[in-house]
Design a binder for this molecule. Structure first.
Ligand code: OGA
Ligand code: NI
Length: 365
């Protein structure tokens, strides 16, 4: 029985298959010890006096406008949002509500399949570079404490990979990938402009036209009898340039802002929550920073989130943009990061346990 999983202080020799099955064991009134997360001390930089404020909202539609004035207003909004929060809500993006709902529903059906049905997507020989991979927690083969989450990851661009079941899943995923990729591309044009570069600078430099790496990360967080002891997803920043996230109407995400954890609430089902990833921090030489976030769980409801990560082509070497270095307003900007191939960064970040922004420490100059 899954609920009999034993605590261990070393990586579990028998990682659980799924948190879904543990969560549904009838006698479950407390969480198995291997799921008790060490409580995090208050962040040393927490500024208790800082106003909590609200995650900014960006109206996407002016980015498609031919009026330079309308566009430049949104570019200024993107600059402020990336600089002050690293997270923003995008509205009027043009992706149909029905497609977003269908993607969440397809995700639910995938997770609801019997565990045996998903066996072929578990633990392939390419490890974290396996193009279709499902599992539980983040990296259950190396973790000492497990997160209250099952996941599915699929590389959907430049080559489209998808599980072949449940029926209809791959069709919905293909369309959803295409539409979110277009939104991400346009946001990256605006962001490129917002750091003083040509709109297509990032796309050209990182081969986004042909090679943009796009990854589906679908997350399934079932009800948890002791949510205050567990963690859905440990604090981390995203490895990519930009992530677009949507959820099934159940909250749980927290974003770090001025050292405090801020709840993401009232995310409308037809908007995307977007965040700056590590590659954008590197490329912008730290002008924009990737931001820590984590997912909490709850007692009552299953939470599903669909995160689409958008990164450089896997063969791109990512380094601070030379245009942002050198003399600027009387001060010399030195590169704050060393260059690294995105494939190597991805491998590095995904192969460990999830640990804050530790991936970036490896490339700090
Ligand atoms: C992620 C992520 C948060 C969530 O998949 O990278 O941060 O709310 N997900 O599921
Ligand atoms: Ni994330």
């Amino acid at each position: 029985m899954a609920a009999q999983i034993q605590a261990s202080s070393s990586p579990s020799p028998h990682p659980p298959k799924s948190i879904k099955s543990i969560s549904r064991s009838p006698a479950l009134t407390s969480i198995p010890p291997a799921y008790i997360f060490p409580s995090s001390p208050p962040h040393p930089a927490a500024d208790q006096s800082a106003p909590v404020g609200q995650i900014p909202t960006i109206d996407f539609s002016p980015l498609l406008s031919s009026s330079p004035d309308r566009r430049s207003g949104t570019v200024a909004d993107l600059r402020a949002a990336c600089r002050d929060w690293g997270f923003f809500v995008v509205t009027n993006h043009g992706v149909p509500d029905g497609l977003i709902a269908a993607m969440i529903e397809a995700g639910r059906k995938f997770f609801e399949m019997a565990e045996e049905e998903k066996e072929e997507y578990r633990g392939g020989e390419k490890g974290v570079l396996e193009p279709i991979r499902c599992g539980t927690s983040f990296n259950s083969s190396v973790e000492k404490v497990f997160c209250w989450k099952d996941f599915l990851k699929a590389f959907v661009h430049p080559v489209f990979h998808s599980p072949s079941k449940p029926p209809g899943f791959s069709q919905v995923l293909e369309e959803y990938s295409k539409r979110t990729r277009e939104v991400a591309r346009e946001l990256l044009r605006g962001i490129s402009e917002s750091i003083g570069l040509e709109p297509d600078h990032i796309a050209k430099k990182l081969d986004l036209e042909q090679g943009m790496f796009q990854l589906l990360a679908a997350n399934f967080y079932p009800p948890c009898p002791q949510p205050e002891l567990a963690m859905g997803m440990a604090p981390h920043s995203d490895h990519c340039l930009l992530t677009l996230l949507t959820q099934n109407g159940i909250d749980g995400l927290q974003v770090q802002h001025h050292g405090n954890w801020v709840d993401v609430t009232n995310l409308s089902p037809n908007s995307f929550l977007v965040n700056v990833g590590d590659q954008l921090e590197i490329l912008s030489n730290g002008k924009y920073k990737s931001v820590l976030h984590r997912a909490m769980v709850n007692r009552e409801a299953t939470r599903i989130s669909i995160a689409m990560a958008h990164g450089p082509s896997l063969d791109s070497e990512v380094a601070p943009s030379p245009e942002l270095l050198g003399e600027e307003e009387g001060t010399t900007q030195l590169p704050a990061y060393k260059g690294m191939k995105y494939r190597d960064y991805l491998l590095l970040q995904q192969s460990k346990q999830l640990d804050g922004k530790s991936g970036l420490d490896v490339v700090r100059a």
